[in-house]
Each structure stands twice: as C-alpha cells, then as structure tokens.
Ligand binder design. Structure first.
Ligand code: MG
Length: 459
C-alpha cells in the first residue's frame, strides 16, 4: 500500500478549515468514518467554534450518504458526547472540535462504542478508506436518517454526581471560581456545582467560538483572571477548562495556578484512598510526583506514549482506576476512562470536603520537584540525528523509548527528548528534585539540540 500523509494526530484530526481542511475533506472523511463503522447509528456533536455548525452539516451528510443513521446532539462538551455514546446503542460517535487550538482551527474526534476515542489501528484503517475512496454510497432507499437529541447533558451531569459524595460536599458549601473560557463546558459544569451546593463565580461563561475571554487553552498565563478572581472572591478553589471541556487546570486558594500533573497528583491520591491498590496510567512526560504518590498507596504507575487515546486504551486494558496528563487531563475510569473536566472538578471538591486543609496546603505537602519544558523547531532529519546522539550519550543509563527517548540521569533526575507527532518540533522535558542539577542537565541536552542547528546552517 502506498504511504500516505497521516491525517490523525496525537488527538484526532486538526487543521484550519478552508486552508488545511476543506469542506469536501470533512464530507469525505465522514464517509470514510461511516464506512468504517458500518451502517450503524452514529452520535454527532460539536463545540462552539464558528465553523462547527457548517462542518456538522457536511459530516452529517457524509455519514448519511454511506447509510449511517445520525443522532445529532448539537452543542455539547466532548465528554458528554462520549458518555452518550457509551450509554446508548450507537455504533460510534463524532465530535467536531479542535479542543484548545485557536479559534480558526477545527477538527474531528472519532469515538467508538465504548465512549473512548478509537484505537490507533482504526485511525489507519479510516485513512486507507479515505485515500482509496473505498466508501460505498447508498442509493435513495438505503441512505441514513437524521434525528435530533438535545437532552443528553442532563444524564451526563447525573452520571458525574453519582460518583461523588454529594451530601458531604454540599455540607461544606465550598466557594469556587470557574473559567470556562467561552467553551462548551459552560453547558454542564455550572449545574454540577449547583447540585454540589457550591457558591460559584463563573468567568467567560458565554459560549463564543472566537474565544474572546482568554483564549481556549487553560494555562498559568491565560488564567491570570481566574487567579485574581479566586483571591477577590475568597474561593477555596478555581478551575479553568479548555474549549471542548475535557481538560481542567486548577488554581489554589492563594490564586496559584498549578501544573496539571500536580493537581492530578492530588486527585490520584484522593481516588486511591477511595479505591486502593488499583493502577494509574499516565504518559511518559508527566512528573515523577505521580510515582511518589502512587507508591505510597501501594499502586503501580503504567506509562504510555503521549496522547489521550493511548492513556484511555491502556486504562481499559489494565483495568486501572485513573489516568492523567500534565496538561490537566484527568481520566476517572468508574465514570469513563476518558478525560472529563467536570468529573475532575467534582472529584477535587470531594477531596476538599474530606480534608481539613486548604488546597494550597495540600499542594505544599506534595514532594518538591523542579521542571523545565522547552521546544525547538528542527527538520525531521535533524530530529532523528538528535535522538541518535542522545541515545549514544546516554549509553549505560536507564532509558525508556516508549515515545522519543527518556533518560534517567539519576533516581530523581530525568530528561525526555520527544519529537512532536504533528509538527517539525522536538520537545525537551526535564525534572529533578534539585534545581541546580536540573539546570546543568538541561544545558547538556540543549547543547546537543543546538549542535544540529549549526550543522544545518553550515551546509
Ligand atoms: Mg480538549
């Protein structure tokens, strides 16, 4: 088979409509996905991006033309669509979203019957159908139907509430600030908080595809408004969501926005207290704080490639309790083994209601670790030369090549050099318990990466 450009990236298909991804692309991709699913019921939802309703029509038409019956959910958070697919007799789902990307982007996430994004091998199968145009268009007697179902958010909210101790949380009447960043979690999380008896202050709550509030990516820079509001409101906790509502980034009562792996570490600790000894899944780039927390609870940490589908699928395979990513993605398997920003928020509130400490005190009690994250633009060829050189220099040290190359310089200092799945970029992640050691280690690896830029210039 001829080798084709990969269409699926780390997390579904992404691009800029009209520039990278045409309307015809969405139509033909939907036909390919429909062909892969077979003539089954497919749930279709979309985020609040301005291009989403148009693309939803193209995707809907594509699915129906190959015999799929479309159940159109309209505007929904990604995890709500995943929950609806899992709970129904649908043969699959499609979410039109570009998650946290800028407003001009859009994309497709493909969901299988279990509510989890399809496995990597199914992505390859769909790409083959797309490139070979091997989907079969149905005649007028066999084209699919379209029905509208716009009431799925209620059962999604009920499902979240069924996994936490509602009475206990209500008794604490916790104060929370949420920043949904004009994203679709606005449809669900305020109702979850209402049911949990919280006093809520909501920022950027209007769904708006141009993301005028603070953009669609939650991070310490974009969440300055959240941090300020938490201090002014005297809140116990703050949380910011990404554009499609599957990721949550937390801020403590002092207004400090924490990295996803640290807030997830607290959630891991809490979930393992409820259900001890179960394993934890995370990718190779997250902090060793997870191992330190899980080991204390007698649990194993399983590492995967970077990508939420890799974490989800491994949770299923190993019957793990939770999963996490350093970007604030938290997977609670008893609900569903996928990222869900509203579920993570409910668990954080349950954690706060079961401890007598503030969130800032809980963060302070976590092991202190220093991290660095850098990225460099390099050609594909240079990236493979860099990886080769890193591997050569790391001879004799503990290495992990699950995704890129991770080198353990000591028991508590590691460096990961990882090529991006979608762009000509190489990323460097490093962590150590000693700041000086981290700096010296990073300098050595940066020197290797920079050497290849010089060789490129010299040619
Ligand atoms: Mg997302």
């Amino acid at each position: 088979m001829a080798s084709h450009k990969k269409l699926f990236g780390t997390n579904g298909i992404r691009g800029v409509p009209r520039k990278d991804l045409t309307l015809e692309f969405f139509l033909e991709m939907a036909q390919s996905i429909g062909e892969h699913f077979g003539a089954v019921k497919v749930m279709l939802g979309h985020d609040g991006r301005t291009s989403s309703p148009t693309l939803a029509r193209a995707v809907s038409g594509g699915l129906m033309s190959v015999g799929c019956n479309v159940v159109f959910l309209g505007l929904v958070p990604t995890p709500a669509l995943q929950y609806a697919v899992k709970k129904s007799d649908a043969g699959g789902g499609i979410m039109i979203t570009a998650s946290h990307n800028p407003p001009e982007y859009n994309g497709i996430k493909v969901i299988s019957t279990d509510g989890v994004e399809i496995p990597r091998e199914d992505e390859t199968k769909i790409e083959s159908i797309y490139y070979e145009k091997s989907y079969k268009l149905k005649d007028y007697e066999h084209v699919g139907t379209k029905t509208i179902k716009d009431d799925i958010v209620g059962s999604y909210i009920e499902a979240i509430l069924s996994h936490v101790d509602v009475d206990k949380i209500r008794k604490r009447a916790l104060k929370i600030v949420i920043d949904v960043g004009n994203g679709v979690q606005a449809l669900a999380v305020p109702k979850v908080l209402d049911a949990l008896g919280c006093k809520t202050l909501a920022l950027n709550i209007e769904i708006d595809g141009s993301f005028p509030g603070r953009g669609s990516e939650p991070n310490p820079q974009t969440l300055e408004g959240l941090s300020r509001a938490v201090r002014e409101f005297g809140a116990d906790v703050g949380v910011g969501f990404d554009g499609d509502g599957d990721r949550s980034v937390f801020c403590d009562d002092n207004g400090t926005v924490e990295h996803g792996d640290r807030s997830c570490a607290l959630l891991v600790d809490h979930c393992l207290s409820k259900d001890p000894k179960r394993s934890v899944v995370t990718n190779i780039a997250t902090s060793q704080v997870i191992d330190l927390i899980a080991t204390k609870k007698g649990s194993e940490v399983i590492r995967t490639r970077v990508g939420s589908v890799d974490v989800s699928r491994r949770i299923l395979k190993t019957d793990s309790l939770v999963g996490l990513e350093e970007n604030g993605g938290f997977f609670y398997a008893p609900h569903m083994p996928v990222r869900d920003g509203a579920m993570a928020t409910a668990l954080m509130l349950e954690l706060l209601s079961s401890r007598d400490q503030s969130l800032s005190a809980l963060f302070s009690a976590l092991p202190k670790l220093h991290q660095k994250k850098l990225k460099y633009h390099r050609s594909k060829e240079d990236i493979s030369r860099i990886l080769k050189e890193v591997s050569r220099q790391a001879e004799g040290k503990t290495k992990d090549t699950t995704d890129g190359i991770k080198v353990w310089e000591s028991d508590t200092t590691w460096v990961l050099i990882r090529p991006s799945g979608t762009e000509p970029i190489v990323r460097l992640f490093a962590e150590s318990d000693v700041a000086d050691t981290l700096d010296r280690t990073v300098d050595r690896y940066v020197e290797i990466i920079q050497r290849f830029e010089e060789s490129a210039k010299a040619e």
